[in-house]
Write a protein that binds this ligand. Structure first.
Ligand code: DGL
Length: 272
């Protein structure tokens, strides 16, 4: 039994999921959030499927034990590789949400695109989850998927809006693999932090899909359907990391203000 005034659990390998948490907070101001950033294991994008599943299961269990009424896997890599495992493992009616299905539905509803780009981590692109879900929803859509592995670690280190980030972003986006696209999916939750630079590169010629916002609206809809929307904010948002880093602290403050309390938590020991 999950109570509607309990918190929503949100997790990612690092700061990327904060873009989703922030969008949820804006869409659902009555909700309390518990965030877990697995900074000790970031980047997930280069890890094996087994490792990503193991980390995701441990974090989801921790969030469940913290009393969360729903869990949002605010990471495309974990959503690609661990969503079904987390769902099966926690089962018992706890809603588990990923960041891919809402984006695929959004694109399918829009309908009009003929060719779309998808950029994400190596693990996300290699999993083929976006490619197959988009092909199923829109058989005539051409999907041009490309791994951009330097981007998430770059953002995590606080490298954006400078010459280095601009060069890396422009080099990736100039790839022939992304030629003639009408829209691009930022299939990594770190990428909204470099959305401005991506927009500058495309200069209005390609639609950039704001995935964090799409996911937040879907969380709202799912909680509404399950009668789990909170009527009042009951607690303070909590932020946990597996390893405290300055950039995580800075980004959390940037999104959630100076008063946040960042706690380091070891959830890997057997009985933790
Ligand atoms: N933010 C993540 C994603 O959406 C993961 C980045 C990483 O840890 O490699 O894929």
């Amino acid at each position: 039994m999950y109570y509607k005034n309990n918190p929503i659990g949100v997790f990612d390998s690092g700061i990327g999921g904060l873009t989703v948490a922030n969008a949820i907070r804006k869409a659902l101001p009555n909700e309390t959030l518990i965030y877990f950033g697995d900074t000790a294991h970031m980047p997930y994008g280069d890890k094996s499927a087994e490792a990503i599943k193991y980390y995701s299961l441990k974090i989801a269990k921790f969030l469940q034990l913290m009393g969360c009424k729903a869990i949002v896997i605010a990471c495309n890599t974990a959503s690609s590789l661990a969503y079904h495992d987390v769902k099966d493992f926690l089962g018992d009616g706890l809603p588990i949400m990923n960041v891919i299905d809402p984006v695929v539905s959004h694109i399918a509803q829009q309908g009009g695109y003929k060719s779309i780009g998808v950029i994400g981590t190596k693990a996300t692109i290699k999993s083929g989850v976006y490619q197959s879900k988009l092909a199923l929803a829109l058989p005539h859509l051409t999907v041009k998927a490309m791994a951009t592995p330097l981007l998430a670690p770059m953002v995590e280190e606080g490298f954006f809006e400078n010459n280095i980030s601009k060069t890396i972003i422009n080099t990736y986006l100039s790839s022939p693999k992304l030629k003639n696209i009408e829209a691009i999916v930022l299939a990594c939750t770190h990428y909204p932090l470099i959305q401005k630079e991506i927009s500058q590169f495309y200069n209005g010629k390609v639609d950039i899909l704001n995935t964090a916002h799409i996911v937040a609206l879907n969380v709202k809809q799912q909680l509404l359907e399950k009668n789990l929307l909170s009527d009042a904010k009951t607690g303070k948002d909590q932020f946990f990391v597996s390893d405290k880093t300055t950039s995580f602290e800075n980004s959390t403050r940037l999104f959630f203000g100076n008063k946040i309390n960042l706690q380091q938590k070891n959830i890997w020991a057997n009985n933790a």
